[in-house]
Design a protein around this ligand. Structure first.
Ligand code: DC
Length: 239
């Protein structure tokens, strides 16, 4: 047991707006430290998929109860370096990234009962520590006692450019970057403006502006901060 009282290591919370590179950064930091990556967005996606599969119309999602959510049998099964999302035991890692889920997940993420249910599931997953969790409200709501909270930001145009490059668009023309930046700013406004757990920087978060950083530099910055806060490298241990 370590001084922070978590048997597997500290909790690192990474939050930030769409396209700030949270998830890929969280995954890389977790690999560097030998920690688990907890992608909270994947949990919202899995519940969305389960509701769609069960034929529950999105107009009714606001009335979902705790019991109904339990019965959907959605779990994050601990795997080597993260969690595999399952519905009734079936691995749904690929399907939760489908266009249909993309189109509906923000509606599900805005339902207070769903957020409450999920918060319990996420906290349970993270109880032992040794975790890099990314999302929108990890440092503010889910793990307010995380030893390290980082809030990643980047210029909207830079985030847009990265997104387009990821999609294999090549070097995207400026008009396309600006159009994508507009979409991202729209999502930022919805995420920051919603009533339940809006996207907000925790008061004690370290803000990292990644606009001028390479991916490697942003990972190194967080790994260095994690070591300062008591994160011990477990990557040499057998998982
Ligand atoms: O990061 P992502 O695209 O996989 O997130 C999917 C959706 O879930 C997105 O609409 C934001 C929402 N989300 C959230 O509200 N809170 C979180 N902690 C993580 C994701």
């Amino acid at each position: 047991m370590t001084e922070h009282g978590r048997p597997d290591g500290i909790i690192i919370a990474l939050d930030g707006p769409a396209g700030s590179g949270k998830s890929s950064t969280a995954k890389a930091v977790a690999a560097r430290l030998g920690y688990r990556h907890l992608d909270s967005g994947a949990f919202y996606r899995a519940i969305t998929l389960a509701a769609l599969r069960n034929g529950i119309h999105p107009d009714g999602w606001g009335d979902l109860t705790h019991d109904e959510l339990d019965r959907m049998d959605v779990h994050g099964r601990p795997a080597d370096r993260g969690y595999v999302m399952t519905i009734r035991g079936e691995d749904v890692s690929v399907e939760i990234r489908s266009g249909q889920v993309n189109a509906h997940v923000s509606q599900m993420a805005a339902v207070p009962a769903v957020r409450q249910w999920l918060m319990d599931a996420l906290r349970e997953s993270g109880a032992r520590g040794g975790l890099v969790a990314d999302g929108r409200d990890i440092g503010t709501v889910v793990f307010p006692d995380a030893e390290l909270k980082a809030y990643l930001i980047a210029d909207a145009e830079e985030r847009a450019r990265r997104r387009l490059l990821e999609r294999g668009v090549g070097d995207p023309p400026l008009e396309e970057v600006r159009a994508e930046a507009g979409l991202l700013q729209g999502r930022d406004a919805i995420d920051s403006g919603r009533e339940t757990a809006p996207l907000r920087q925790a008061d004690d978060a370290v803000v990292i502006d990644t606009t001028g950083l390479t991916f490697g530099q942003q990972v190194e910055r967080i790994v260095a901060l994690a070591r300062e806060r008591g994160g011990v490298d477990r990557s040499e241990e057998t998982p």
